[in-house]
Design a protein around this ligand. Sequence first.
Ligand code: PYR
Length: 631
Amino acid sequence: PFLENVVKHKDFLSGKYNTSFIDTTPELFVFPIRKDRGTKMLTYIGNVTVNGFPGIGKKKKPVFDKPVIPKIKYSEKMPNGTKQILDQHGAEGLISWIKDQKQVLLTDTTFRDSHQSLLATRVRSTDLVHIAEPTARLIPNLFSLEMWGGATFDVAYRFLKEDPWDRLLTIRQKSPNVLLQMLLRASNAVGYKNYPDNVIKEFVEKSAYAGIDVFRIFDSLNWVKGMSLAIDAVRDTGKIAEAAICYTGDILDPSRQKYNLDYYRDMAKELEQAGAHILAIKDMAGLLKPQAAYNLITTLKEAVSIPIHLHTHDTSGNGIYTYARAIDAGVDIVDVAVSSMAGLTSQPSANTLYHALEGNERQPDVDIHAYEKLSQYWEGVRKYYSDFESGMNAPHSEIYMHEMPGGQYSNLQQQAKAVGLSEKWDEVKVMYRRVNDLFGDIVKVTPSSKVVGDMALFMVQNNLNEDDIYERGESLDFPDSVIEMFEGYLGQPHGGFPKELQKIILKGRTPFVERPGERLEPVNFQTIKEDLFHSLGRQVTSFEAIAQALYPKVFSEYCKTYEAYGNIAVLDTPTFFYGMRLGEEIEVEIEQGKTLIVKLVSIGEPQADGTRIVYFELNGQPREVIIKDEN
Ligand code: PYR
């Protein structure tokens, strides 16, 4: 799909491209031979209609109202924004601009963390792309639009069967004025384990090239040593390195002093020293209480001279109050989401914060009416994804007990469901906290949070408690992720791992404390490209080679799906998840200006071999596909 973008890009068509890039990447311009796209698409629609979508199952397609895209004048000049400040004045220029602002600046997370947290990351590119340009035009004075990274990369390939690079390139084109931001898990890139150093560098370089301006970099154990390489790699691209401290525990609780103000102050200074342009406080679970926010921001403002960007989740319902106190203490930027995609495990609502700051000299300079229109669109889109909602429908103050990140809540719930523990979800949450304490009270954010989640599921499934782990640990097969973390593959937690537990889990393996990247062999991207050339029978892009290095199995499954069904990212979301109703007619724009009209005519009875014939009309012509009925 990326190939089509490149050759249709206006700069490419006008010859205004960077020739050295073209010269060094000729493989981008070798095109696969297209087979019958129509039949492939009908096969997908037939299959999802007969068999349902994984994770949703077979369900009658609901009738949805089309989400309302705000009316805007596309012909008008695109208003300038922060992207122009970065491009014209560089990273340092942008930082001094931030410091000159009296208003609190906003990062809108609707395109990434908001749906990662509310809808298990399942929002598809088409629903983002349709609102990208209206967003860029209606709220051009955002600090940034967080739209990539975190779980979106993996989920795009794994579940949505679409190309995350394509998403980035297209949104970049549609929003040329606002900084695009991503979440980078430092040495874990956008994965769940450490990768070789050259993979991190290549990923950062290509992400910057494809359109990312601000990289929020965090380490899942707050291990600064694990972050330096990524910070340097981002600085080398001329983009913004926003280094994050993950907030955990409770600085207001005198009985929990492992992560106290001194801890956060020291880490902030280390990150500034390591080259961070901006310091982020990543309150991934929403544990930062309002007075704690005031104390923390006041302390950090004194400790460092770089701007401070606060991220929280509104799970407890205290998000706006936390932001208000942080704003009083001088925080520079906060993360918010469009109101219909805000609250609960997502970020606090932009619209609500705007009103909360009425009469306050730091009220953000955004058009609230525009925000309301965007919210209306998202209200419609969110309905498409109702099967992925977590079921949480009110503030959830027990977050202060289990401490599960907002982005993990709906995902772990899906994981629990997949291993038959839906009924025991309450038990899983309590166990999650008990595992944290067993592990010595660690920072819990991807991937360390996944390790805690895997262990919690393992213990609930096998009816184990802490004593069992210590007494019978030798005979237990711990999840791989747990063994790897205790071995040192995610880096080192503050204060180290509990020694006795580490011994039990490692069963004789020797743990290490150096940076995992130093032990990992560099990846040879040329070899990857050659291998993919042989297995896929076509040239691959540098983007695809990175996907292969990060997620070989997931990427290979994605390629198989692409081979079987073509580019199903172009389907509307209800059809993608539910297929079609009998007699329904849809339009599918398979490329700009080329639309297929598809009608589902009938579905045949099952045949002896378990298949059914599904009858369509494609642009008025009868077409049939044979689908194996898996039910
Ligand atoms: C992620 O890494 O995906 C988070 O949102 C923390």
